[in-house]
Design a protein around this ligand. Sequence first.
Ligand SMILES: [Cu+2]
Ligand SMILES: [Zn+2]
Length: 205
Amino acid sequence: MKFLLVCILIFSLVQIGHSALTATANIHVDSTSVAIGTVLFHQRDANSPVRVVGIIDGLKNNTVHGFHVHRDALMNGELNCTAAGPHFNPYSTLHGPREADLGHRHVGDLGNLTANDNGIIIIELTDSIIDLYNATRSVANRTIVLHAMRDDGGKGGFPDSNTTGDAGPRIACGVISLAMIESDTNSQSPKISTMVTDFFRKLFP
Ligand SMILES: [Cu+2]
Ligand SMILES: [Zn+2]
């Protein structure tokens, strides 16, 4: 059961040690302050892949949506997802599917997500190209974006297949922020315990 899996993953996040890094993004509808989900990024250590878990609600049933990290953080309360700039692409490669290697996708290319019969996306994926430790590939202080349409992985033959996967307009987004380590009481960023509580509240309102 998907919900159970997400719960187990969240519980495992609570157990994280000192060296692990976690980041969170609160997802809002494009150009509004309507909150529709949360995405967590968790990396155990510098050599581990990044686990991405989350939930996004309020979509049309059984629809497929491109999902990417875009280059820029939204600043100063900006809500327009277009302000996030292009796909995060530090190596100047062509757009590609999540399964591709570093030379055949943008670092920010996370493929597609599918909304279920209730219009809910449950996110559970692991990626070895995005990173929280490696400065060049770090997705912190960037923006995660959900698109209206399927990402064609660069293979669709449309003029924008090699840049955006022809995924259409940006329908929702959220800035990815590193979470503080629990012992760091001076930081302004949210505590991991607060994030997990919020996450459960969204899962089981
Ligand atoms: Cu995108
Ligand atoms: Zn891309």
